[in-house]
Design a binder for this molecule. Structure first.
Ligand code: ZN
Length: 434
């Protein structure tokens, strides 16, 4: 045999051996999933001695996969408990990065991980909790194009997202793919929990055939949230996911659990047993297409990022640099911070006064404002509205310009582009961003 033929023959043998090796590895991995090792038994003994779990339940957990969509306030606690409980595979979906304002509630992300992708930060922390668990990261925004491919790989789906668009996409895909969906939400002091599409139960659309108007749906960024509320709901999501995997008889389906953290009160509302007539969940899988324009349907975006409004003419607006110049030149100036009182208390510019947007044109504040101008200013001042990001301040200018008595007392009425966030970025980096 010449050298070339020998090389070809050896190469073919290597390919065959590699194939055999990968098949054997896969078989071994599958076998491992079905059997508990002695370290598994030591580690999970406290839950395995419960008759509802037992060795069978623990094997089911080990062989199962859970997808967590959103590695934020809900996804952090739920993923920690599921990883620690011995779920074999955890998928994490998130496109966002860790920010300092996440840390009070998203306990999976360490302070040092600010600026890191949430899926990476999450995977690192979860591996510290249990290195045996396989963590798969999906560094994408879930949308109508990728949802089927991602959701299809998992047994149980957790909706830990922060917006309505994603909720509808997750629901429709879970219905199409026949996946149980554990849905959680948290805002301010309130949380909600439900299991949809489980053993023929109702789906999210049965309850919400039409989305709530976007202006009535708050988010944690603008409405705020107290840390333990998503903690409570996220832990309960993990609990329901475990119950689904071990086939516990009392999974929370056809029910909605409402948590009022302010009153420390749980209410459970029965949703009835029937699916809503004509709902997507009454159709066969192949007839369900995930191809609608979900953002148009909801009238909002698939993330909690704030939309920048453009309500005023350029001539009605000034930059933070122009504001700084007016202050340093001692130009007659009245700066009204139109944020909520408690936000003003958190931080404000020393030369600003606080009148909340909704109070601007009330008789009380209007007369106070005119009185202030009459007593404190020799020349008609420039009136400048400022807020957190430069959206409400534009609305404030529109409101203030309706006040004809005020108009005759001021030189001009303008707002500050980008608000206090821009001030913090360009003028005073010590000014807090929130
Ligand atoms: Zn339905």
């Amino acid at each position: 045999m010449d050298k070339d033929t020998e090389i070809l023959q050896l190469t073919a043998e290597i390919v065959a051996l590699n194939e055999e090796l990968s098949q054997k590895t896969k078989l071994l991995e599958d076998k491992k999933k079905k059997f508990l090792t002695s370290s598994d038994i030591s580690r999970f003994s406290r839950q395995m001695i419960l008759p509802e779990v037992g060795a069978e339940g623990q094997k089911k957990l080990k062989a199962s996969s859970v997808l967590i969509i959103g590695v934020g306030g809900l996804g952090c606690p739920s993923s920690m408990y599921l990883t620690s409980a011995g779920v074999g595979t955890i998928g994490l979906v998130d496109y966002d990065i860790v920010e300092v304002n996440n840390l009070h509630r998203q306990l999976l992300h360490a302070q040092n991980n600010c600026g890191m992708k949430k899926v990476i930060s999450g995977k690192l922390s979860l591996k510290h909790l249990n290195e045996d668990v396989r963590i798969i990261t999906h560094d994408v925004q879930l949308d109508a194009n990728n949802s089927v491919e991602i959701i299809d790989k998992y047994d149980v789906i957790l909706d830990a997202s922060d917006n309505l668009v994603t909720r509808y996409i997750i629901n429709d895909t879970c219905v199409k793919m026949g996946k149980p969906l554990v849905s959680g939400s948290a805002i301010q002091f309130d949380g909600q929990l439900a299991v949809y599409n489980y053993k023929g139960s109702v789906c999210f659309r049965c309850l919400h055939p039409k989305p709530q108007p976007p202006e009535t749906v708050g988010n944690c960024s603008s409405a705020g949230v107290i840390g333990p509320v998503p903690g409570v709901i996220g832990v309960l999501q993990a609990m329901e996911a475990i119950k689904i995997i071990i086939d516990h008889p009392n999974v929370l389906f056809n029910n909605l659990l409402i948590y009022d953290g302010g009153d420390c009160d749980f209410k459970r509302i029965k949703l009835g047993n029937g699916k809503r007539e004509g709902c997507i969940c009454t159709k066969s899988s192949e007839k369900i297409l995930i191809n609608m324009d979900y953002e148009e349907f909801c009238g909002s975006k698939a993330n909690d990022k704030i939309k920048i409004l453009n309500l005023l003419e350029d001539s009605e607006r000034i930059s933070v640099k122009e504001l700084k110049k007016l202050v340093s030149e001692n130009t007659p100036l009245l700066v009204i911070d139109v944020r909520k009182n408690n936000e003003y208390e958190m931080c404000h510019l020393p030369f600003s006064i606080n009148i909340q947007l909704e109070d601007l044109n009330t008789d009380l504040f209007s007369s106070r404002l005119i009185e202030k101008i009459n007593t404190c200013y020799k020349k008609a001042p420039n009136l400048v509205a400022i807020c957190r990001r430069g959206n409400d301040s534009q609305k404030a200018v529109i409101e203030l310009k309706k006040n004809t008595a005020l108009l005759s007392k001021v030189n001009c009425i303008k707002d500050v582009i980008g608000g206090l966030q821009e001030w913090s970025k360009k003028i005073d980096t010590n000014f807090p961003v929130y």
